[in-house]
Design a binder for this molecule. Structure first.
Ligand code: SAM
Ligand code: SF4
Length: 503
């Protein structure tokens, strides 16, 4: 179907109405605002015993109901928040063990036909210097990211004819084609998992991304509140179609991309409402496909060039509320990975890593071409928003090690078929975390030998030994001697220079 309201021939072809309608129930989407407001209001002044019962349910790795989540969101007692925070970390440890997965974002293009009120890339921002990376430039950026020690990348694009599916596929291939030598050991290294954050697409295009070998497809709804959505995304732009975006990940699963990532941009509307929206999104994915979100993101809006909204939104989320929303999301959707990004300052990042986050970025540059050309990062006219934590990967892995967590660069899951329904089952039974523990140690071993500074190795080496002792003493592995044996061999081989071994 052709949409006359959009400006160009290309944009008129993007939204395919049938690929929205097929997911609606009685013509409605799954965000019933009246119901959400009612649930939030009804759960005021919760009984402490009810809170404790809900925490127990989450500890048995079951997704919470909207009513239960609304109850947690209404807690006011500091003591109960302490219990909530404590349980959030316990849930994370049960499902994901004590590891933090690292990735780096790679911004490929800031060309964009949309006018999102909070974003520096919006079309009407004439201060933005527009740039789309060539394949050669993408390879150069990838080399810089590899030299930091990363193994996972997320490619990020504005929405534009020039960065449509063919460009995305060529970008993915360009990234996978790069091989570098690790600076300390000289061992070969390459990116092992490319994820994508890009605008919603029709199923046929998503299938091409699947064929190109991407890991996760990520689309943030930004806000689940219809009226706010319409206010910050003009209706005559592609992004102005709320439901096209709401069902982007449903289409992805239909296209075979079963690791999908949801998110909301916190600061556009009431944070409690957005937590409920994310939960309803997870519930609808589970209802329609039996697969929940692979990850949840909860970026807080940060200042963007020329965007009044990003500087003075009435819904800006305080640090205290931010920590609450992280803990509640951890408990409400216990199987989902949770991503905190470099938008947050180092001290907040550190705190929410201890509330159950599972992934973070480091050495992040969000200017187009900014990994290999530091000048474009300094120039704010080439950036989408401002970042709070510009530290190198080495600094962040060291801090993570000080907290007692293993930095993981594991990409085994999707290469071993542990995606979608399979991984969700394993997460629910707390089995995936065990594999992750082994792969985290193997990839942290690689990192320490290939990239880490002396200061990081000093903390990392005893940590890895402690982790190995723990693995050796766990009943789960003792009952699977073949697995333990393979792990021991792989660890020894990694120490001796073999790379990319996983279970
Ligand atoms: N153009 C695509 C889209 O909008 O889906 C892809 C990515 S956009 C470059 C990535 C994400 O950055 C957006 O989904 C939005 O949540 C976030 N973002 C935009 N402006 C931001 C700001 N001022 N502060 C923090 N995050 C922002
Ligand atoms: Fe474009 Fe995405 Fe920025 Fe909106 S958030 S202006 S769609 S890059």
């Amino acid at each position: 179907m052709i949409h006359k309201k959009y400006k160009t021939n290309w944009s008129q072809q993007v939204v395919v109405k049938q690929e929205i309608d097929k997911y609606l129930v009685d013509g409605k989407d799954f965000i019933d605002e009246g119901m959400i407001f009612h649930q939030l209001k009804n759960a005021q002044n919760p009984d402490p015993q009810l809170i404790r019962d809900i925490l127990q349910k989450s500890l048995s790795i079951n997704i919470l109901t909207p009513e239960e989540t609304a109850t947690l969101l209404n807690v006011t007692s500091p003591d109960l928040w302490d219990e909530i925070n404590h349980t959030a970390l316990e849930v994370k440890k049960k499902v994901y063990d004590n590891r933090i997965v690292f990735f780096a974002p790679l911004y490929c293009s800031n060309l964009c036909v949309n006018n999102c009120a909070y974003c520096g890339f919006r079309e009407a921002n004439h201060h933005e210097v527009r740039r789309i990376l060539t394949e050669e430039e993408i390879r150069r950026e990838t080399s810089s990211v590899l030299n930091e020690g990363h193994k996972r990348l997320i490619l990020v694009f504005g929405e534009h004819e020039k960065s449509d599916i063919d460009y995305m596929v060529s970008a993915v291939k360009a990234v996978y084609s790069v091989e570098e030598k690790a600076p300390i050991s000289g061992h070969p290294s390459s990116i092992r998992r490319v994820n994508i954050n890009a605008a919603p697409m029709e199923t046929a295009k998503l299938k091409l991304l699947k064929e190109a070998g991407i890991g996760t497809y990520q689309v943030f709804q930004e806000t689940y509140h219809h009226e706010t959505y319409q206010r910050v995304h003009p209706t005559n732009t592609l992004k102005g179609d709320y439901q096209w975006r709401l069902y982007a990940l449903h289409r992805a699963i239909d296209a075979g991309l079963d690791d999908v990532a949801i998110g909301a941009l916190f600061g556009l509307y009431d944070w409690r409402f957005e937590v409920m929206g994310l939960l309803y999104h997870a519930i609808d994915l589970e209802r329609q496909f039996g697969i929940g979100p692979h990850t949840i993101s909860f970026p807080r809006m940060t200042p963007a060039l020329g965007s009044e909204l990003s500087n003075e939104s009435p819904f800006r989320v305080s640090d205290t509320d931010f920590k609450k929303l992280v803990a509640v999301l951890r408990l409400s959707v216990p199987k989902a990975g949770m991503i905190v990004t470099a938008r947050e300052k180092a001290d907040i990042k550190k705190e929410v890593l201890q509330l159950g986050c599972t992934q973070t970025d480091a050495s992040t540059r969000i200017g187009i071409g900014a990994y290999s050309d530091q000048k474009s990062e300094i120039n704010l006219g080439n950036k989408q928003f401002t970042i709070g934590d510009p530290r190198d990967l080495d600094d962040v892995t060291r801090e993570v090690a000080q907290l007692g967590y293993i930095s993981s660069f594991c990409t085994a899951g999707y290469r071993c078929g542990r995606t979608g329904e399979t991984i969700m089952g394993m997460l629910g039974n707390c089995v995936e975390g065990k594999f992750c523990k082994l792969n985290a140690v193997l990839t942290f071993r690689e990192y320490l030998s290939d990239y880490a500074s002396e200061a990081t190795r000093e903390i990392g080496e005893p940590l890895i030994l402690k982790e190995i002792q723990e693995i050796e003493s766990m009943d789960y592995f003792r009952n699977k001697p073949h697995l333990l044996e393979k792990f021991r061999n792989d660890y020894r081989d990694t120490l001796n220079g073999k790379r990319d071994l996983y279970l």
